[in-house]
Design a protein around this ligand. Structure first.
Ligand code: NAD
Ligand code: TYD
Length: 337
């Protein structure tokens, strides 16, 4: 199989590329990536010399580029996205261009090339917050942030292509993912790298919002399972039943690094902060997939990796990173806590 992996220089996409080339000797991979602030060719260093690998620098919204690449490949696995909720709150436009229009451009290219399978990587955030229970694939999509609305918009186009053209698309909805090579803006890599430097860990609101964490290799094996064993036209949740609150993430990171609890800093809450996500992944489990890495073990692996690979993340925490950081994080109003 020749796979076009879009967004393959990012966090999850690069793990998927390393995994595919490592575990499927008959496969070849073309990565198309725009190399935004979150894309990083260093994530692909270990596969660069592999004759089955090729990198193309470009935008998924560029119809000419994606049309040509789709004709060279058998299947598109679309990881490319703007992916950070806080950035979507500040500037939604690029999220709509990449996550909605870009998905449309890929669907068109795959349809014109006659592909027999397409995989859209989506997120549990499209369900919106769930107070109790676990989201199932049949549940309505109720996105609440510009990021999740853009991802849901991409999914709506996938659904329309299925219904209108019989287009053979599979959607995976993964939960909050963590591990190595994650740009240090999401909670886990941010808290680990801040703690290493004895910087405060900024916890939104009272820190009680819950996310359902999954280790990156488990998420990628789930996508691989859906791609190879899933049924076109179906959606699959990919979650590991790893529900943890923000303040518990902070405590666990500080404990693993032997840092003091007073590094925890409660800051102004994220507007529209979804209180809880949780996934029911029994449909994917029925295909034979199950997660292998629990939260405690995964967090320990991630902490060790960021301690051992400071040359990877230190250059990322400079210039633009701190400009966004200063705009995004605000102290709690005095008296609030
Ligand atoms: P990331 O931000 O680390 O990587 C995104 C990649 O896409 C980067 O390499 C970036 O350069 C590239 N990209 C962005 N815009 C592009 C464009 N217009 N054309 C081509 N490339 C472009 O994101 P991630 O965390 O690896 O997430 C990958 C996918 O998984 C996304 O679709 C995201 O919505 C989804 N997802 C992420 C999580 C999570 O917790 N990180 C959970 C579930 C689903
Ligand atoms: P994040 O990693 O941004 O993922 P998402 O919002 O896409 O789920 O946030 C995960 C949780 O951690 C969410 O409840 C918000 C919280 N959070 C903080 O408390 N502080 C932070 O600095 C960040 C980035 C997130």
């Amino acid at each position: 199989m020749r796979l076009l992996v879009t967004g393959g220089a990012g966090f999850i996409g690069s793990e998927f590329v390393r995994m595919t080339l490592g575990e499927h000797p008959e496969d070849a991979v073309v990565v198309l990536d725009k190399l935004t602030y979150a894309g990083n060719l260093r994530n692909l260093e270990s596969v660069r010399a592999d004759a089955r690998f090729r990198f193309v620098h470009g935008d998924i919204g560029d119809a000419g580029a994606v049309g040509g690449l789709a004709r060279e490949c058998d299947v598109i696995v679309n990881f490319a996205a703007e992916s950070h909720v806080d950035r979507s709150l500040e500037a939604p436009g690029q999220f709509i261009l990449t996550d909605v229009y870009g998905t449309y451009a890929l669907l068109e290219a795959a349809r014109a090339a006659g592909h027999e399978r397409f995989l859209q990587v989506s997120t549990d955030e499209v369900y919106g917050e769930v107070a109790v229970g676990r989201s199932q694939e049949v549940d309505p999509l109720r996105p609440r942030s510009p990021y999740s609305a853009s991802k849901a918009g991409g999914e709506m186009l996938v659904q329309a292509y299925r219904a209108s053209y019989g287009f053979p698309a599979i959607v995976t909805r993964g939960s909050n993912t963590y591990g190595w090579y994650q740009y240090p803006e999401k909670i886990i890599p941010l808290f680990i790298t801040n703690a290493i430097d004895d910087e405060p860990l900024p916890i939104y609101g009272d820190g009680s919002a819950v996310r359902d964490y999954i280790f990156v290799s488990d998420h990628c094996r789930g996508i691989d399972m859906a791609l190879r064993q899933g049924t076109p036209g179906e959606d699959y949740n990919v979650g590991a039943r790893g529900e943890v609150s923000g303040v518990n993430v902070a405590d666990a990171v500080l404990r693993l690094l032997g840092k003091a609890a007073d590094l925890k800093q409660f800051v102004r809450d994220r507007p529209g902060h979804d209180r809880r996500y949780a996934l029911d992944s029994s449909k994917l489990r029925a295909l034979g997939w199950q997660p292998e890495v629990g939260f405690d073990e995964g967090l320990e692996r991630a902490v060790r990796w960021y301690v051992d690979n400071q040359d990877w993340w230190r250059p990322l925490k400079s210039g633009d990173f701190w400009d966004f950081y200063r705009r995004n994080y605000k102290p709690l109003q005095s008296g609030a806590r």
